[in-house]
Design a binder for this molecule. Structure first.
Ligand code: BGC
Length: 431
């Protein structure tokens, strides 16, 4: 087999990340963001007090707008604190199709989907998985789109108010919409599920279509906002997908240039489901150009327009997969081995970057030093749980143990069913 290490070196690609340097850079930029001094991490205060008790037997409408799906349901906690979900419906997220949507059409879509449940509660817990500045009364201004959503007029608008007005126009009913990020919701879902374990801190991490993390920060460190109790703490949405501290390879740069938002979400483009296939295709094309494949296979690779993360992952996990994407390209054994060897490193790198991201938030939580009270990391997202290449999930956990246990920090990684919806219910009910 031809030499892959020279190929990687020539294209400035390595899965051998300098973990300590990256952790330090993450922390530096997290502090910078908390102080309002710029940098790539927005560190958005969520105005959610995670310590409030959740009322039981009180239904709330929940809306979960992710990168692919939009979920609507009615949710409540029964007397025993067990979550109940009713009237669940799933739609495509408005603006993720081929057509660009105007602001009115965008909010009207939500109103259509909410019409059937609008009488079930006076509030909506709205999990909105995009960079959004939250107000103390939980409305939210969209800062910019990620995940290639096409509804440019919505940027800069208050999304809670937009939905509330559209529902009122459609049904005559006035609903309070309480906006939170999906990582904040995931953190809260983990908190309500993990109460009995007595954790010392909570982190919510998402690796799906996009990626991001939330954790609890001491208010005294959030110096960019005033008027908050310095002795209390608050959930912070890091918007870690926009982190710019990781070294970009030629493949990352080539792929980024093909997206609708070059330069934005560079970290997200290295590790999340919407993008890893694109970086993978850039790797394969460079390998084809550099003569690492047979001529026939190289020609087919060079003619490809796109590659889904899932298809690439399936191929790497099983390079002989029958209905696989590359099967019609008649790869030789060497082609399969080479594509697999190259692709694997993309997922190894993603696992390491993922672990650094989670560890950075756990370290900033300043907790978990007593093994009786570890830090609870709740993880949600299909890319985290479904990626098969490079033993992805267990590799992330292995790196996490190395990084955190080595510092004397104890942690648990848990999952909660329907975490974004459950957490939105919690936020809606306690605020
Ligand atoms: C968004 C975040 C979100 C993350 C995970 C990113 O693209 O900017 O707000 O939390 O995806 O869904």
């Amino acid at each position: 087999m031809k030499d892959v290490s020279t190929f990687f070196k020539n294209h400035n690609f390595t899965a051998d990340i300098d973990v300590e340097a990256l952790l330090a850079e993450f922390d530096r930029q997290m502090v910078q963001g908390l102080e309002g001094k710029g940098g790539s991490l927005k560190m958005i205060p969520a105005y959610v007090d995670a310590d409030k008790e959740v009322p039981t037997e009180t239904p709330i409408i929940v809306l979960d707008a992710g990168g692919t799906n939009l979920r609507v349901a009615v949710l409540w906690f029964d007397k025993a604190g067990k979550v109940r979900i009713e009237d669940f419906q799933k739609y495509a997220m408005p603006g993720t199709g081929d057509m660009e949507l105007s602001e009115d059409v965008f909010f009207d879509c939500f109103a259509d989907y909410l019409a059937g449940v609008s009488q079930r509660s006076d509030s909506i817990g709205f999990c909105f998985s995009y960079p959004t500045e939250i107000t103390p009364d939980l409305d939210g201004k969209l800062l910019h789109w990620t995940k290639q959503v096409k509804a440019p007029e919505v940027v800069g608008k208050m999304v809670g108010t937009g939905i509330s007005k559209a529902v009122e126009k459609r049904t005559g009913i006035k609903l309070k919409v309480k906006v939170l990020n999906d990582t904040v919701a995931t953190l809260l879902a983990g908190k309500s599920a993990g109460l009995a374990r007595q954790y010392s801190a909570y982190v919510g991490f998402i690796l799906g279509t996009g990626t991001n993390i939330a954790y609890v920060e001491a208010n005294k460190n959030i110096t960019k906002i005033s008027g908050i109790n310095p002795d209390a703490s608050m959930v912070i949405n890091v918007e870690s997908g926009n982190f710019n501290g990781a070294v970009l390879s030629d493949f990352d740069k080539a792929f980024d240039a093909t997206t609708s938002d070059p330069g934005v979400g560079l970290f997200e483009k290295m590790i999340s489901g919407a993008y890893m296939g694109g970086v993978g295709l850039a790797m394969l094309k460079a390998a084809a150009t550099d003569g690492l494949f047979s001529e026939a296979f190289a020609a087919k690779i060079l003619a490809m327009n796109s590659l889904e993360t899932m298809h690439f992952d399936n191929f790497i996990a099983n390079p002989f997969i029958k209905d696989g994407l590359f099967e019609t390209f008649n790869p030789t054994e060497d082609d399969r081995r080479m594509a697999m060897t190259i692709g694997e490193q993309l997922f190894v790198r993603a696992a390491k970057l993922t672990a650094v991201n989670i560890a950075a938030a756990v370290i900033r939580s300043n907790a978990g030093t007593d093994k009786l009270h570890p830090v609870c990391v709740t993880v949600d997202g299909s890319t985290y749980y479904k990626t098969r290449s490079a033993f992805f999930k267990s590799r992330v956990e292995q790196y996490l143990r190395e990084i955190l246990n080595g510092r004397g920090i104890y942690f648990d990684v848990i999952s909660v069913d329907d975490a974004p919806m459950v957490g939105s219910g919690v936020a809606g009910l306690i605020s």
